[in-house]
Design a protein around this ligand. Structure first.
Ligand SMILES: [Fe+2]
Ligand SMILES: [Fe+2]
Length: 123
């Protein structure tokens, strides 16, 4: 994740670390009562898709739509994350992935934190 660029000059690893930190902060600060370990695990792995999306390649043509599923599958295989954590990862691109609505507070926090971090990195 450190070798791939996410947005601007930010690596995927640094982006995921920022999303995990902001998710943690939002949860504590706003007293959202998300389960912390699950929240941080899913936040840190939400973009664990392991390729450079800037390089044109048929295997990730619809990156925006497909990478949440790829990341969730990789995270299940490598780290044995739970089904709920996988759902949080799968729903982080909502509303782009219109049918993948976050189903619990952990998913909503990650979805929001991801957008805030992405905008900050792009700007
Ligand atoms: Fe993503
Ligand atoms: Fe992200």
């Amino acid at each position: 994740m450190r070798q791939f660029i996410q947005h601007g000059s930010t690596s995927t690893y640094d982006h995921c670390e920022s999303v995990a930190q902001l998710s943690f902060w939002l949860n504590r600060r706003l007293k959202l009562r998300a389960e912390e370990r699950e929240l941080i695990r899913a936040a840190f792995l939400h973009d664990f898709y392991l390729y450079d999306w800037h390089v044109p390649d048929g295997s990730h043509r619809l990156h925006g739509f497909s990478h949440p599923h790829t990341a969730a599958e990789n995270a299940k295989r490598v780290f044995g994350i739970s089904g709920s954590e996988a759902e949080d990862i799968e729903s982080h691109m909502w509303p782009l992935t219109i049918t993948k609505l976050p189903r619990r507070r952990e998913g909503w926090i990650i979805c929001l934190a991801d957008k805030i971090c992405a905008i900050r990195e792009i700007i």
